[in-house]
Design a protein around this ligand. Structure first.
Ligand SMILES: C[S@@+](CC[C@H](N)C(=O)[O-])C[C@H]1O[C@@H](n2cnc3c(N)ncnc32)[C@H](O)[C@@H]1O
Length: 214
């Protein structure tokens, strides 16, 4: 169950935009474009951070509602929204309790956030609730490795990792959780995101789309 949380992580809010910039310069930007290439209509992005995705939304997006619980990141997202190529409204909120009515969006975007939500099944149930039948969840996440030894290392690191990453977990099997939440996973690309040719604990990644049949 989703408990009480303030969503405040001021230290994370200070270092995350810089580390995202470094990732983006090493290929992350292309991943964001791949994630958003066929998103259209009225869209919800959960945990939008400082709004690094906003500039990559295609013109087919009529309206973007961006939810972000961390106040410092939300302020940066508001600035990014002002220069975005599509209309963006930034709001406070949590993925586990979305401030939107049922069946109200065509697509939900989750970009490196399902690792951090406090309750993954609740967050996915909320995504399902706000999606119209036939709507899609577009995801770009770092995930549990398919290599058992690497996955063991990620599980061990998860004893401390969430403390420095504002609740981020390395060893979540996010694609499996999406399937268990009654989405139909239509496509998923597994890859390792190497930084300067090196593997990091969050190298195993997925970019994919899952449909909510309704
Ligand atoms: C690693 S950052 C990713 C930010 C952005 N989506 C991106 O792609 O750069 C994770 C984000 O998830 C947000 N977050 C953490 N818990 C959340 C929750 N329960 N609901 C919504 N967002 C959450 C954090 O505040 C942070 O902005």
């Amino acid at each position: 169950m989703f408990g009480r949380s303030t969503g405040r992580h001021p230290l994370f809010a200070r270092f995350y935009p810089r580390s995202a910039e470094v990732e983006d310069a090493h290929g992350g930007r292309e991943h964001r474009r791949e994630l958003l290439a066929d998103v259209a209509g009225r869209v919800l992005e959960i945990g939008a951070g400082h709004g690094a995705n906003f500039r990559h939304y295609p013109p087919a997006v009529r309206e973007l509602i961006a939810i972000e619980p961390e106040p410092g990141l939300r302020r940066m997202a508001e600035e990014a929204a002002a220069g975005a190529p599509v209309p963006v409204v930034v709001e406070a909120g949590f993925a586990e309790r979305l401030p939107l009515p049922d069946d109200s969006v065509d697509a939900v975007v989750a970009s490196q956030v399902l690792c951090s939500v406090r309750d993954l099944p609740d967050a996915l149930a909320e995504a399902r609730r706000v999606l119209r039948p036939g709507g899609r969840l577009h995801f770009y996440e770092h995930v549990r490795s398919r290599d058992p030894g690497f996955a063991r290392m990620q599980r061990a690191l998860d004893l401390i990792w969430p403390l420095q990453g504002a609740g981020c977990h390395l060893s979540r099997d996010i694609v499996r959780a999406i399937g268990e939440a009654c989405f139909t996973v239509e496509r998923v690309r597994n890859f390792d995101f190497l930084m300067n040719g090196r593997t990091t604990p969050h190298s195993p990644r997925v970019i994919g789309v899952a449909a909510w049949p309704g």
